[in-house]
Design a protein around this ligand. Structure first.
Ligand SMILES: [Fe+2]
Ligand SMILES: [Fe+2]
Length: 320
């Protein structure tokens, strides 16, 4: 199966063609607005007695040699990395959104408000995920490592064209919603605090994905075919860079797990199988669940030639 096999074949109206789309994003932003302390955390702390990430994201069900305690522990390590990863990507998303808002500063004030609210929400989300990561750190033994600096990663991402950054951003904000709907919501065995963090985050992501698409299509309409072709190459480079981070972080997290789990004390030969499973889970969480998202595929199909789509499919193939 290729990454684009799940694509719908029917075209549907794009968000950009719908009148009032920016105004609807503002209305949604006002309707679902929440507060980190009074709505999400509410004075609670994380414990190690419940899973953080659902099985549909951690893929721990595939590790049949682990006992229940080790499976729960691996979901918690992955959950801490999930909090770190969102803190990382939301740094460049927020910066890009504020940059794009300048295009509307002396024009459409509704679009400007929608993007300013978007930027404000991503700042809040960064704080939420920093707080969740700190709560996970408080509950976990020493030795966990996440060496990436959000500003360094953001500077590298933002050196690419806005087209490429918005493609990556829409893919992220669509998979965020899919993660909640398909994996977090149906898993009845999660930490209530971790589940609430993902619930409230999801509530503000639907309007973000809509704004990503509106802005992506707005910029796309200004590109000539050569510029768009270069931007496709930059998007592929960005996905490759994400995969580089995932490979290194999977190694970090597998090492930490082997140092701190029952299986790590009794059967060190399982190291390779754990690393493979964690990398597979991370590629699913941060690349493939977005690349295969039907709406992402639909927009790509509308914007790109078959040859350009084929380049993306070929780039994703080694990750599946
Ligand atoms: Fe967010
Ligand atoms: Fe977002």
């Amino acid at each position: 199966m290729t990454p684009l096999d799940l694509a719908p074949t029917e075209a549907s109206p794009s968000a950009v063609a719908i009148p009032g789309a920016y105004a609807r994003c503002i209305a949604a932003s006002k309707r679902v607005r929440w507060d980190i302390d009074t709505d999400v955390i509410r004075g609670r702390r994380l414990s190690l007695s419940q899973k953080y990430l659902p099985d549909g994201l951690s893929l721990i069900g595939k590790l049949d040699f682990l006992d229940d305690d080790d499976r729960r522990w691996l979901s918690q390590i992955q959950g801490r990395t999930y909090a770190h990863m969102f803190g990382l990507v939301e740094r460049f998303i927020g910066a890009k959104v504020l940059e794009l808002s300048r295009d509307h500063a002396l024009g459409d004030q509704v679009a400007l408000e929608a993007l300013v609210r978007f930027g404000d929400e991503e700042l809040k989300h960064q704080e939420l995920f920093r707080r969740m990561e700190a709560l996970a750190a408080e509950a976990m033994p020493a030795g966990y490592s996440f060496p990436w600096k959000p500003n360094d990663i953001a500077a590298a991402v933002l050196s690419k064209s806005s087209w490429a950054v918005l493609a990556l951003t829409l893919h992220i904000e669509l998979f965020t919603q899919a993660h909640y709907r398909e994996s977090v919501l149906p898993d009845g065995d999660l930490s209530p605090l971790f589940k609430d963090a993902l619930l409230y985050h999801w509530r503000e992501e639907a309007q973000h994905a809509m704004l990503d698409e509106l802005e992506w299509r707005r910029l796309d309409a200004t590109l000539d075919p050569n510029a768009r072709d270069r931007a496709v190459g930059e998007f592929i480079e960005l996905v490759g860079s994400v995969d580089g981070i995932l490979q290194a972080q999977a190694r970090n997290d597998a090492d930490y797990f082997m140092q701190t789990s029952a299986i790590g004390r009794t059967d060190k030969d399982k190291d390779g199988a754990v690393l493979d499973a964690v990398l597979k889970a991370y590629r699913w969480q941060y690349i493939l669940s977005g690349a295969r998202h039907p709406h992402f595929v639909k927009v790509l199909r509308e914007l790109l030639t078959d040859g350009q789509l084929g380049r993306i499919v070929d780039a994703l193939a080694p990750l599946t």
